[in-house]
Design a protein around this ligand. Structure first.
Ligand code: SF4
Ligand code: SF4
Length: 402
């Protein structure tokens, strides 16, 4: 427990523009008004954004054009996995899925009771950890940048071939307003053996499966709270208004780590997040201090093993008012583009990503409380699990005929 989150800030924290995320920029259609306007403001990103856009096209449209004669059986299986898991959650991104009007009568629960009930409910929906914290306005995106609800832009054909009737209100570049006071952060554990295959369709499968699970749980929880009479909005893979990582850190899911993700005492780095923001009066959990800032200074395992050198080996830098290790998201995503699959190497090599058994609980407790032992624990992890990532085989039910 800690009174304050362990990240350091300096000066005012600048809200992040969703249009600057790699997942917004990879969706550009070259020559579209959005693309032209964005690169007029950011000419330094033209070259890398062309390469990012090529990644998503390779995954979808170009592969479609290539047709079955060109796609080998392995590629077709990979596409089938990707489409089966990443496309359906787009239907959970519709405005009346993530948001809506609350019921006219409010349930009356004291905040502590409401928090306990919400956390139990979210756990039953499948979350492996649930924490509640404040929603700081600094973590609300300043402008919308992600698909699929753009008037003029890319409608993201694998997900939607057009903008559905009645959903013409949201535009790329709209300012974001979200005044909810509380955020319910949910963490969903990934299967370690599947992620340990490196950058394969087994990782696509597991990441897509868990994102879909988190998306459904967030939509269900938001609707549950609205039915209790309070505003609530789901934020998930296909429709975010907030930055899930700092929101989860403030709620105590874990600490900000060298990877740029959250690392949790129980889940390690091997999970995905979704979230519900609300005005239902809720008691907050405390942020946690499990020693990550010091641990990451003594451990480079993610950086050493990252195949794209996207994880920094040097000190934290000041980003938008927050001191952090700054992940090179472009290098990371371009690596995914080169392999054709999502990568989870950094999540699986992290010494905190371990099965929840008695031995690892004791080691985690030592890591939290005995800072002088941390270097030794990293060394121990190298000896037992190997300093270098070794990919596990893709299971037979996902193996292709390449
Ligand atoms: S996902 Fe893979 S490429 Fe990206 S930062 Fe992690 S290890 Fe590096
Ligand atoms: S692998 Fe090591 S340096 Fe990277 S996030 Fe985990 S503990 Fe920190």
């Amino acid at each position: 427990m800690s009174k304050h989150p362990t990240y350091r800030t300096e000066g005012a924290i600048e809200r992040f523009d969703e249009r600057d995320t790699v997942f917004s920029r990879e969706a550009f259609v070259w020559g579209s008004p959005n693309e032209v306007e964005y690169h007029r403001r950011h000419p330094e990103r033209i070259e890398v954004d062309r390469r990012l856009a090529a990644f998503i096209n390779a995954k979808t449209e170009e592969a479609e054009k290539a047709g079955p004669d060109v796609l080998g059986p392995g590629d077709r299986l990979g596409r089938a996995v990707y489409e089966s898991l990443f496309v359906p959650p787009a239907a959970l991104a519709l405005p009346d899925m993530v948001d809506g009007e609350p019921a006219p009568v409010e349930v009356v629960w004291p905040p502590r009771e409401a928090s306990d009930r919400i956390k139990d409910y979210a756990s039953r929906l499948g979350a492996d950890d649930v924490r509640i914290g404040p929603l700081r306005q600094e973590w609300v995106y300043s402008h919308r940048g992600s698909r699929p609800f753009f008037h003029e832009g890319y409608t993201n054909s694998p997900y939607f071939t057009g903008i559905p009737d009645g959903y013409q209100g949201a535009h790329y570049g709209d300012p974001v307003t979200l005044s909810h006071a509380h955020a319910v952060s949910m963490a969903f554990r990934q299967d370690r053996d599947l992620i340990a295959t490196g950058s394969t369709r087994a990782v696509d499968f597991e990441v897509g499966r868990i994102y879909a699970k988190g998306a459904l749980a967030s939509v269900q929880l938001a609707r549950f709270i609205r039915s209790l009479g309070f505003p609530a909005r789901a934020h998930h893979l296909r429709n975010y208004l907030v930055m899930l990582v700092p929101v989860a850190v403030d709620a105590g899911i874990g600490e900000l780590a060298r990877t740029g993700y959250v690392v949790s005492r129980t889940l390690g780095a091997n999970f995905r997040l979704s979230c519900v923001t609300t005005d239902l009066p809720l008691a907050h959990d405390s942020p946690v201090d499990i020693g990550m800032q010091d641990f990451c200074n003594k451990c480079m395992k993610c950086a050493t093993n990252c195949p794209s050198q996207a994880i920094p080996r040097d000190d934290q830098t000041l980003v938008h008012g927050v001191w952090k290790w700054k992940l090179d998201e472009e290098a990371c995503l371009l690596y995914w583009g080169r392999t054709g699959y999502t990568c989870g190497i950094c999540q699986v090599v992290c010494p905190w990503t371990k099965p929840q058994n008695a031995f690892h609980r004791i080691v985690a407790s030592l890591a939290v409380h005995q800072s002088w032992l941390r270097r030794g624990l990293v060394l121990g992890d190298d000896i037992v699990y190997g300093a270098r990532f070794k990919a596990k085989p893709v299971p037979s039910w996902l193996a292709g005929n390449e």
